[in-house]
Design a protein around this ligand. Structure first.
Ligand SMILES: *Cc1c(COP(=O)(O)O)cnc(C)c1O
Length: 363
C-alpha cells in the first residue's frame, strides 16, 4: 500500500488553486515508478522512456516524441531548433514563452519575441501577418510563430481548431514554422470533444506537459517529425537536459497520458461551478461563459481591494490562489481539488469580501 506522507495529510484541508502543477502523483503512478524498468536514456536505453515517447508520438499521430524535464525547456528546445540567433518569434503578448520563461528565447536561443495582444489570447492570421518582417537583410527575420493552447493568462481559452489550421496553413505558405505551446493541450481537446492529434495536426512541433492537469510529478513532451525530434534531442543535451535512469519519471508520465485525459472534464466542471459562483459576487467581474477549461481569472477592482490582499486573506482560510496583476486573481482546478473544495473556496471568498476592511477580516 502506498500511503500519503504526513505532509500530504496536513495538506488535505488546504484547497490549493494556485496552479495545476501542485498535483501529486497518484498511488498508481507511485507504484509504476517503483516498479519501472530503467536504463541509461542518454544511450537511448531506457525502455520506459522509449515506451512513453512511442505512445506520445502515436497519440499525436506523429513520427516521434521526446521526454523533456520541463515545459519551459521543451519550448526553448523547439525555438532553438526552428530559429537562428537574431530571428524573431511571433507570439501573443501574454504568452508563457514571453512572460514566464526568463526571456530564455533571447538569453539562450538569441531570438527576440515579437508580440501582439490578442482577444482571448487567440492569435489569428490577421494579427500575425503584419508582424512578419520583410525579407530585407537588415531586418531581424521572422523565425517562428508560436501559439499557446489553452492560453494560460487569458483564462484557459481554447483555440477554435479552424483558427489553428488557418494560421498553420498560411504560415507554411509564407515559409514559416508553427510551434504549439500546448502545456494544457489535453484540456483543450477535452473542451472541444476532439483528440489532441486532431487539434494539433498542422503544427510543426507541439510541447505538452505531463506535470500539470495530467498529474505526473515531472516532465513534458515534444512531438513532431523524426527530423525535428533528432534535432530536439541534440538541443536537449546542449541545455543539460539529458537524463539517465529517467524511466522512473516516464512510468508516471505513461499513466498520466493514458488515464488522466478522461478525468479532465471534472476539473472543467469545477472551474465552471467556481466561475458561476464568483460571477454572482459583488465587486467581482468575470464572464463565466468564457471559462472553457480549468483556469478562472477574475477581476476584483470593484471590491476596492487589491488581488494580493484578497489572496492573502484567502490564504488564512486555507484557500490558496495567486494574483496575476494588481486587480486580478487566478484559480486553477485540478485532480487534487474536488467539488467540496470549490464550495469551501466560494464560501471563503464571500466571507473575505464581506469583511469591511482587510484588518477586520477575522472579527
Ligand atoms: C506551465 C506552462 C509551461 C511550462 O511549464 P514548466 O513549469 O516549465 O513545466 C509552458 N507553457 C504554458 C502555457 C504553461 O502554462
Amino acid at each position: 500500500m502506498y500511503t500519503s506522507s504526513a505532509q500530504e495529510k496536513n495538506a488535505i484541508d488546504i484547497v490549493d488553486l494556485r496552479s495545476d502543477t501542485v498535483t501529486r502523483p497518484s498511488a498508481a503512478m507511485r507504484r509504476a515508478m517503483s516498479e519501472a524498468e530503467v536504463g541509461d536514456d542518454v544511450y537511448g536505453e531506457d525502455p520506459t522512456v522509449n515506451r512513453l515517447q512511442e505512445r506520445a508520438a502515436e497519440m499525436f499521430g506523429r513520427e516521434a516524441a521526446l521526454f523533456v524535464p520541463s515545459g519551459s525547456m521543451g519550448n526553448l528546445i523547439a525555438i532553438k531548433v526552428w530559429t537562428q540567433p537574431s530571428n524573431e518569434v511571433i507570439c501573443e503578448q501574454r504568452a508563457h514563452i514571453n512572460q514566464y520563461e526568463l526571456a530564455s528565447m533571447s538569453a539562450i536561443a538569441g531570438c527576440m519575441p515579437r508580440t501582439t495582444p490578442a482577444p482571448d489570447g487567440i492569435l489569428t492570421w490577421d494579427l500575425i501577418e503584419p508582424l512578419i518582417r520583410p525579407k530585407t537583410y537588415y531586418y531581424s527575420q521572422t523565425g517562428l510563430v508560436s501559439l499557446e493552447n489553452t492560453h494560460n493568462m487569458h483564462g484557459g481559452t481554447v483555440y477554435p481548431p479552424a483558427v489553428t489550421e488557418d494560421v498553420c496553413q498560411r504560415a507554411h505558405s509564407a515559409g514559416l514554422r508553427v510551434h504549439l505551446d500546448g502545456a494544457r493541450i489535453f484540456n483543450a481537446a477535452v473542451a472541444l470533444g476532439k483528440t489532441a492529434a486532431d487539434i494539433t495536426r498542422n503544427c510543426d512541433s507541439v510541447m505538452f506537459c505531463l506535470s500539470k492537469g495530467l498529474g505526473a510529478p515531472v516532465g513534458s513532451m515534444l512531438v513532431g517529425s523524426s527530423e525535428f525530434i533528432q534535432s530536439a534531442h541534440i538541443a536537449r543535451k546542449l541545455l543539460g537536459g539529458g537524463m539517465r535512469q529517467v524511466g522512473v519519471l516516464a512510468a508516471a508520465g505513461l499513466i498520466a497520458l493514458e488515464e488522466s485525459p478522461k478525468n479532465l472534464h471534472r476539473d472543467h466542471e469545477n472551474a465552471k461551478f467556481l466561475a458561476d459562483g464568483l460571477a454572482k459576487m459583488k465587486g467581482i467581474s468575470l464572464d463565466p461563459t468564457k471559462v472553457m477549461t480549468n483556469i478562472v481569472i477574475f477581476d476584483v477592482r470593484a471590491t476596492g481591494r487589491s488581488a494580493a490582499d484578497i489572496c492573502s486573506e484567502l490564504g488564512k482560510r486555507k484557500i490558496l490562489s495567486g494574483p496575476t496583476d494588481k486587480y486580478s486573481i487566478r484559480m486553477v482546478t485540478h485532480c487534487d481539488v474536488n467539488r467540496a473544495g470549490i464550495e469551501n473556496a466560494l464560501a471563503a471568498i464571500a466571507e473575505v469580501l464581506s469583511a469591511r476592511a482587510p484588518a477586520a477580516a477575522h472579527s
